[in-house]
Design a protein. Structure first.
Lengths: 114, 112
């Protein structure tokens, strides 16, 4: 079972470069989200989606774009990378059945911006 | 916006001692979830609490949801080295479709 797959696992970018973090899930989950994890800050929500064609901002959306053209994929785009975006990024998916069900997380992407 | 506070940030225990982490939300929650993250790993779901005053047990782990649905706790009895990691609570707002709001986590460090 693949679950939630994130690529790449590691990435180094130069300031100003752009890139896309990929996230795919094979569980037919409606809900997908992106978090960043920084030391002492826990997991902070960047963007989320409740279904194909629907996205919304989370707590820290600035500098990131998302789209949800299919149920399976939810890519995260960094338009112009900054050192402040150095972090570990996690993608997660879950069902929406009245109350939210458990979130399944990908393995994470460790991003360093120099 | 919704905020979820979690304490303590770090907890050192001797193997065999008990451990508790507490979570408090600034708003009433629809439900609360708990996750464990091993060092270098990703968060893994432990449990979800939905009802006011709910108590659930998983072997040595006991989870509680407050009567007002604004606070929760996780208690581990007789810790083992396999319990090492960071424990996060995550609240779901009353809207249901909103994102999970995570506490900052409690790092459990166990000394043999």
């Amino acid at each position: 079972n693949a679950g939630v797959t994130q690529t790449p696992k590691f990435q180094v970018l130069k300031t100003g470069q752009s890139m896309t973090l990929q996230c795919a899930q094979d569980m037919n989950h409606e809900y997908m989200s992106w978090y960043r994890q920084d030391p002492g800050m826990g997991l902070r929500l960047i963007h989320y989606s409740v279904g194909a064609g629907i996205t919304d901002q989370g707590e820290v959306p600035n500098g990131y774009n998302v789209s949800r053209s299919t149920t399976e994929d939810f890519p995260l785009r960094l338009l112009s990378a900054a050192p402040s975006q150095t972090s570990v990024y996690f993608c997660a998916s879950s069902r929406i059945q009245g109350a939210r069900t458990e979130a399944f997380f990908g393995q994470g992407t460790r991003l360093t911006v120099v | 916006g919704q905020q979820v506070m979690q304490i303590p940030q770090y907890q050192h225990v001797q193997e065999g001692e008990d451990f508790t982490t507490y979570c408090n939300s600034s708003t009433t929650l629809s439900n609360i979830q708990w996750y464990k993250q091993r060092p270098g790993g990703h968060p893994v779901f432990l449990i979800q609490l939905v009802k006011s005053g709910e108590v659930k047990k998983q072997k040595r782990l006991t989870f509680q949801f407050g009567e007002a649905k604004k606070n929760s706790s996780l208690h581990i009895t007789a810790t083992q080295t396999t319990d090492v990691g960071t424990y996060f609570c995550a609240g779901v707002g009353r809207g249901g479709a909103d994102g999970l709001t995570f506490g900052k986590g409690t790092h459990l460090i166990i000394q043999p």
